[in-house]
Design a protein around this ligand. Sequence first.
Ligand SMILES: Nc1nc2c(ncn2[C@@H]2O[C@H](COP(=O)(O)OP(=O)(O)OP(=O)(O)O)[C@@H](O)[C@H]2O)c(=O)[nH]1
Length: 780
Amino acid sequence: MFPIQLSLVGNQRLILSTRGRSGFIKTLPWLRHAREFASNSKDFSISKTRNIGIIAHIDAGKTTTSERMLYYAGVTKKIGDIDHGDTVMDYLAAERERGITINSAAITFGWEGHRINLIDTPGHVDFTMEVERAVRVLDGAVTVLDGVAGVEAQTETVWKQADKHSIPRIAFVNKLDRTGAAFGRTVKEMWKKLRARPLVLQLPIYAEGGHGIRGVADLVTMETVLWDPTKIDGSAFVREPLVESTDPKLWEEAVRGRTALVEALAEMDDAIVEVFFEEADGEHLAVPAIALKAALRRVTLENKAVPVLCGAAFKNVGVQPVLDAVIDYLPSPLDRPPALATMRDAKTALIPLSEVGKLCALAFKVTHDPRRGPLVYVKVYSGKLPVRATLYNTTTNHKERANKLLQMYAREAEEIPVIQAGNIGVIVGLKDTRTGDTLVLANDTQAIKSNLQLNTIEIPSPAFFAAIEPDAVSEEQAIEEALRNLTREDPSVRVWTDEESGQMLISGMGELHLDIIKDRLINDFKCKATMGKMRISYRETCQAPGVASTVYDKEVLGKKSRAGCSVTLEPTEDPSNQITIQLQEDLADSLPHLTQEDIDQAIQTGYQSGLSRGAVLGFPLAQVHVKIDKLETFGAETTLGAISASVSNSIQEALRHADPCLLEPMMEVHAEVNEHHIGSVVSDLSGTRRGHVIGLYATDDKTAVQDTEVYSPPDSLHQDVDAYKAKQVIKAHVPLSSMLGYSNSLRSLTGGNGQFSMRVIGYGAMSKDRERSVVQEMRG
Ligand SMILES: Nc1nc2c(ncn2[C@@H]2O[C@H](COP(=O)(O)OP(=O)(O)OP(=O)(O)O)[C@@H](O)[C@H]2O)c(=O)[nH]1
């Protein structure tokens, strides 16, 4: 694309552009439409691909930023607005109504000769699983931070998720137009709360009197970037060299910032030290921007530091440089270590996948499209996935055909002939593939034989469940079908039927999660159903040892099926269940028709089934140690089904003699409050809410941070902000049942100044009185 010069104002260059690095005029954004990009997209090499996600706390401005990215890239002709409910990324009715992201939408667009696959992820804690799935396939991430609220609770959670997968990140400090916004303070919090090494690349430039953000000072190129106030869509901005005489205060701070940037990079990167002494003669300002960018890319890819940019997405200031930074500093799939997979031969060891090998793809998301049917989002880790290929799902052992391949532009889609290694795309035509499954080619006998599987996603325990009642018997089938689709989309949703009441039950991660499922059943799948009261998903355990021996003896299809089993059950401190198998040595000799591997598998199946239902209210068991003491065999009559059934029955029988009781989900709560609210919040948590306060620490606790001092610009330079006051964080363990409706109560205890985060940390015992009242309530 050739640059078109539109006008020159003095020595300024007016840029109607998505891009500002060279200062030349590029193109009007809406001229570059998605389809134009799509027709060229096949030409992008994998080194010019960026699979990135936007991660942050709820309401930090992820969707607002993504919508601007799409607009400046020419994918949309109009900027979608969360507050008007017309965003491209949040397209579900449930998302638009609530103004929040639920689904990680994936969208592809072009930027400066690169293909960006962008995934906008939800910020609400109930959808942590959705973030986990997205983070799995990302190569890099943009963390959006609210410049007023700073680093918030869920930012810390998603940051840890990205840490777990060593995802290189850049940060965008957003909402700097708002009163009380403080860029410097937010940078400090990144250092202190996230333990990250922030590298400030920009300073905000405010309008006279500190009101309204106009642009940014670029410390890499030492330029000002000012958005044209007459172009409210933010498509026009001007870059010009930073000059001391124009704004001496800004110049002074920019010199400090540039010096700090060069110094910080020199600590982490030897090549920039060489440039500093040999090309720049030890002058911080003389280090060429190109050398700084190269060093920034190296330290970001190595996860040593996080480049930080700033702006106000809602005011259309600062978004284009974020896209530049995605290209400049975040990795292509080739810069990432190979994905890890397991193979049956290698037992549980993880082996790195080679990119040039045969096809291996991960289904990281499944959505239901009323017109096209299930859409399976995949990331291809090795080989290539051609259209109409017959695929083999090594997780479910099913064969399926990839009828169509799509590149997604949010709701719009473009058919493509192939998905190459490193790229993300959508397969149409797979009916049995679920989120988390591994796909290989159906003719790849080696991968199938060795059961090649990409490292799977950990699914946390659901905390809530509710009953679903069809409004009429005729609705049952439609509801079952819709629930099947929903569980394929979201593996953290579980559906089962209660054996006693025959009721259909559904469990999810939180109140909002279940609320959204109900909404989607009714609005998206048009089911006529009623969801019952949301209830807490308890666990059950035993308090004493229990022993039992049972024999399974039935006729199945006219054939005798017999096996016996003796088990001992014991309570354990371990949060998960354990099994110890102590079998007699001659077992394999007495069962020549079965392999040892199959017998082990049958015992495991019986063990899982025996622990799936407790003796008090039928909740799954936790913190139980099962010892399989003996297996009684009856020659050819002992089938695998009989072994599983006898193990399961013996566990259930032993449980009845082992003093069974209920356990309730325990939450780790971090409540961040001002000093003068500590007393009331602590007494509320430890009193009425039955919690244990574990500790108290300040949000700027220096002991928690590495020694290196980090450059953060003084906020007073740019805007009148209240002096930063560290808040106190109260850490407590509290039963989930006591945390229902806590946001309202914390709001009233702190005059709206408190915030909190919580996560399930395990299950805890409850008093006999409380257990009685739960049992009474559950049994109605
Ligand atoms: N003043 C101001 N408001 C903003 C800015 N960016 C976003 N907002 C507002 O902040 C609110 C939340 O923005 P979203 O983009 O939905 O935030 P999100 O991070 O995507 O939220 P979830 O998807 O729910 O996690 C909306 O009302 C936006 O209009 C900004 O730069 N300045």
